[in-house]
Design a protein around this ligand. Structure first.
Ligand code: FE
Ligand code: FE
Ligand code: FE
Ligand code: ZN
Length: 169
């Protein structure tokens, strides 16, 4: 599509995010299944529910503007999820695999945060108030998911330290 205006770019990037979210919808259950720590599995399961809401918000935005959501396939998300699948195929210690899942998931969240941060800024600039509000909600969820993953990583490290202490005494 021709990118003549900021409105065009707004739609262009929203369509990329729409396809990325659809891919994430199929990727998150695999990551939840593979997670060993219940806390980490819960983060993935909760974010799967949020992802469905995020897709509904994008639907609402497309509907509000009167354009279709089709037309782009997010090659970056194809790559990120292909890497995650590769990692899951590796023969790995279960705890190390959890750490690996966190890395893969945070790469995905940061990609989304970059995309949503930009489209929200465009919505603000274009005066699309409803879209701006909906995108702010999603952006908060993506940032919260990123933080929960960091906490999951921290508790994994703390648990490991505690186990090491026990081994010493
Ligand atoms: Fe998302
Ligand atoms: Fe993309
Ligand atoms: Fe996300
Ligand atoms: Zn971050």
């Amino acid at each position: 599509m021709a990118l003549d205006t900021l409105h065009d770019l707004f739609i262009y990037e929203l369509r990329d995010l729409y396809d990325a979210e659809q891919q994430i919808l199929t990727g998150l259950p695999l990551m939840a299944q593979a997670a060993k720590a219940p806390q980490l599995r819960q983060v993935f399961e909760d974010h799967l529910k949020e992802t469905r809401d995020q897709i509904e918000r994008l639907d609402a935005i497309f509907h509000g503007i009167g354009v279709s959501f089709t037309g782009r396939s997010c090659k970056a998300m194809q790559g990120l999820l292909a890497e995650a699948r590769d990692t899951l195929q590796e023969e790995a210690d279960p705890e190390v695999l959890d750490a690996a899942l966190i890395v893969e998931a945070q790469k995905i969240e940061h990609y989304e945060i970059a995309g949503y941060g930009s489209v929200r800024a465009f919505a603000q600039e274009l005066g699309y108030k409803d879209a701006e509000r909906l995108l702010t909600e999603t952006l908060k969820e993506e940032s919260a998911a990123d933080e929960k993953l960091t906490h999951a990583a921290e508790s994994r490290v703390n648990e490991k330290a505690a186990t090491a202490d026990e081994a010493k005494v």
